[in-house]
Design a protein around this ligand. Structure first.
Ligand code: PEP
Ligand code: MG
Length: 315
């Protein structure tokens, strides 16, 4: 709860079902991102539907009715899967990755979606697709989800018929098209880790260009604002699960932009909760309006530091 009484969601990013329990103990209001690829990367062979179902059910149960957003596997880029035999690529982050693999191997995506759907009978489960770059990909992924539902209906398996389905916004084209997406998805979750690298053309793994990698770049901030506003116009909500959500310097700006949910490493929850609970939403709205007129990341950081000093917060 912010100082003016606005309720926001604070959730944890997890990579295993066991981490859901730890996150619940650290006060997480839910799981905003379950990086399911770790389930695959830590296994000697592709985990089947049953094994996945048990992991997702365990996370859902640990959160005891609080939301658990399960992201379909985000393999490729920097995450290899030895047993999947992916091609070597010159530009893996721009290549066969995430939902592109999911749609290329719909047998695997369908197994995963059936496992997620079955887990939805045991808690408040939502599903999210990574690295969506256009409407067609989302519609195809949603189509596979509908097929998985139909198969479960036929076999009599229980699942949440009203399960929410959303997309990660981590490719600039998805942010630009947020208005069109908002008519069809249930929610957005902004992945700043990738959104920054794709918007600014800065490899997130390359130290040589790390000085250019900054989520306070005005171009990134404009995309974030556009996504949140588009979701609200359509009566939907927007979360953030990239590293920016765990930065207290960003918290007043994100609150001012209207972000609905923050998801971060569980260890960051305390500091962000403390920060948000001291903030006034109206003051943060004015801050966001003025910060969005600035033209460099440096000017943005300076304005945010001044704001925090003025309200008596230090980093
Ligand atoms: C992101 O890109 O911001 C994100 C949360 O996903 P990942 O870090 O797993 O790519
Ligand atoms: Mg990402």
């Amino acid at each position: 709860m912010t100082a003016d009484g606005t309720r926001v969601e604070l959730a944890a990013n997890i990579g295993t079902a066991a981490e859901a329990k730890a996150a619940a103990e650290q006060g997480a209001g839910g799981v905003g991102l379950f990086r399911t690829e770790f389930l695959f990367m830590n296994a000697p062979a592709m985990p089947g539907e049953e094994e996945q179902f048990r992991a997702y059910r365990e996370a859902a149960a640990a959160m005891d009715g609080r939301p658990v957003i399960i992201r379909t596997m985000d393999i490729g880029g920097d995450k290899a899967l030895p047993y999947l035999d992916l091609p070597r690529e010159d530009n893996p982050f721009l290549g066969y990755r995430a939902i592109r693999i999911g749609l290329g191997r719909q047998d695997l995506l369908k197994d995963q979606l059936r496992a997620v759907l079955r887990a939805s009978a045991f808690g408040n489960v939502k599903v999210m697709f990574p690295m969506i770059s256009g409407l067609q990909e989302w519609r195809e992924a949603k189509g596979v989800l509908e097929e998985a539902k139909e198969e479960l209906r036929r076999s009599g398996a229980a699942f949440d018929e009203r399960i929410e389905a959303g997309i990660m916004v981590e490719v600039p084209s998805a942010a630009v098209m947020a208005g069109a997406f908002a008519r069809e998805v249930d929610f957005f979750s902004i992945g700043t880790n990738d959104l920054v690298q794709y918007t600014l053309a800065v490899d997130r793994m390359n130290d040589k260009v790390a000085y250019l990698y900054d989520y306070f770049h005005p171009a990134v901030l404009q995309l974030i604002r556009q996504v949140i506003e588009a979701s609200h116009r359509a009566g939907k909500w927007t979360g953030m699960c990239g590293g920016m959500a765990g930065d207290p310097l960003a918290a007043p700006l994100l609150l001012g932009l209207g972000l609905d949910e923050w998801s971060m490493e569980a260890g960051r929850l305390g500091v962000i909760k403390k920060e948000l609970s001291a903030l006034d939403r109206e003051a943060c709205r004015s801050l966001a309006d003025s910060v969005l007129t600035l033209d460099t990341p440096q000017a943005v950081r300076q304005a945010l530091e001044e704001f925090r000093r003025a309200i008596g917060h230090t980093l």
